[in-house]
Each structure stands twice: as C-alpha cells, then as structure tokens.
Write a protein that binds this ligand. Sequence first.
Ligand code: SF4
Length: 268
Amino acid sequence: MVELEKTLLRKVGEAIHRFKMIREGDRVAVALSGGKDSLTLLEALLLLEKRAPIDFTVCAFTVEQGKFLRPIEPMGEYLKQRGISWTYYRDSPSFRLLEEEPDHGCDLCSRYRRRAVYEIARGLGANVIAFGHTADDFCESLLRNAMFTGKLSALPAVTHSRDKNFRLIRPLVFVTEEITRAYAASLGAPVVPCGCSQRTGTVRRGLRDIFAEMEKEYPNLKENMLSAMGNVDTSRLLDTRYLDFDSPSIPPAFRPGLAEPFPIVNEL
Ligand code: SF4
C-alpha cells in the first residue's frame, strides 16, 4: 500500500507539475463518477493538499444522471466518515432525457453533464475541475481518434471551459488503471458502477483487448505511448502546416505539387 501510494502520488505530482495544473489559491472540485479512477484521484489530491508546497483546497461532487447501477448512499457515507466535502447533485434534465430518449448517445448525455458540472463547480466556488481520466483513457483515445476521426489527438491534460471560468485538469494522465484498481481496492471504498461502463462499446473493448494481449510481452506499452504524445516529430507526419517544404534537405520530389501524394519511403 505504501509503495502503491508513493507511485500514485509521484505520477499525479509529475502531471500537476508538468502541465501546471494546480496553482496557489486554487479550489479544486473533483468530479466523482462513482468509479475507481475518480475516487483514486480524489484521495491523491487530498494527500497532496496536505503535502504540497502551495496552498489549494479540494472538494468533490457527483452528478447523478440516472445511470448508477447501485445506490450512491454508501459512497456518500464513506466520504462523510472521512470528513470529505462532497456534493451530490441529481440532474433533473438528465432524468427527463432518460425518460424521453432512453437510448440517447454519449454526445447528448455529456452535454447535459457538462452543463451540470459547471453549475455545481460555480456553486462550490471552485476555479479548477479535476477529472479521473487515466493513462489508459489517453492511450485509447489516441488510437481511437487516429483510426476513426482522422485526427492525431488524445485528451487534453489541461484545458479551459469555453468561457475560461474553469481550468479543467486530468491529473491521472500518467496513472494506469492497474494502479487505480489496486489503490481503490486497498481503500475498501464502495465503488458504484455506471450502467454504461458495463456495455463498453465494441471499439473500446477491442482496444482494451489489444492492449491486454500486447502488454503480456511489452509491459511498458502505455508508458511509451504517453512519452510519444509528449515527443511529437511533426516532420514525420503528414500535416502540411508543420512541414518545411523549402528546406533544402527535402528532396524536390517530395515538395507539394511535384510528388506522388504518398511517396513510398523505405527508411523506417
Ligand atoms: S457512456 Fe453513458 S454515461 Fe457516459 S457519456 Fe455515454 S451515455 Fe453518458
């Protein structure tokens, strides 16, 4: 447990430092989904709140959208016993949506959630909202976006709400679900699953299976992918916004308008 906690705090600390996620005087609201990841995030931030050289405060909230498979009360009890400030918000518009369109897609659901999240964070006096997306989520979204949206992108480790009122952070970017699973289990905290997590999409399941299979042989796969996301060689990609066509080092055959659209290069 001690080693696990050390690893967790080191990785969360590294993310906070590298991406300047938390600053002096911040009030951080952790979006608790009921799952192992956001619970681990909350615990890590509470520990760092006591140990970090800067002053910041942490609170937590949960948006109920009618998809929890178990009652949320035990989680509320657990948090209360630990003296954690937690706000539970039953989002009526989401319940109405569920009645009117039971099979609505994620787009609509997350739009409703986003609106509720900002409203709650405003009420809590928070200027930072922390989400529990893990290293696994970053790796999967990188592959999913490349394969299905034609874009080379993952998730933002740090970004802002459109009106710039909130900094949105994902401090578990370097923390794998192997760690959150073990840490949440070691806390003995009641995890409340969401109905959607049980019917994970086929693409997501497929990617998870691929990772699980390959990691048997290459255990550092996700670490390498995370390093790659922070070490982009734009000259070896195909986005013309980042290519220097006039550089003498690029052979004329590769310049736009002269070259084949996708010249075959033998070098790897
Ligand atoms: S997975 Fe379920 S809870 Fe999550 S955004 Fe999609 S519909 Fe909503």
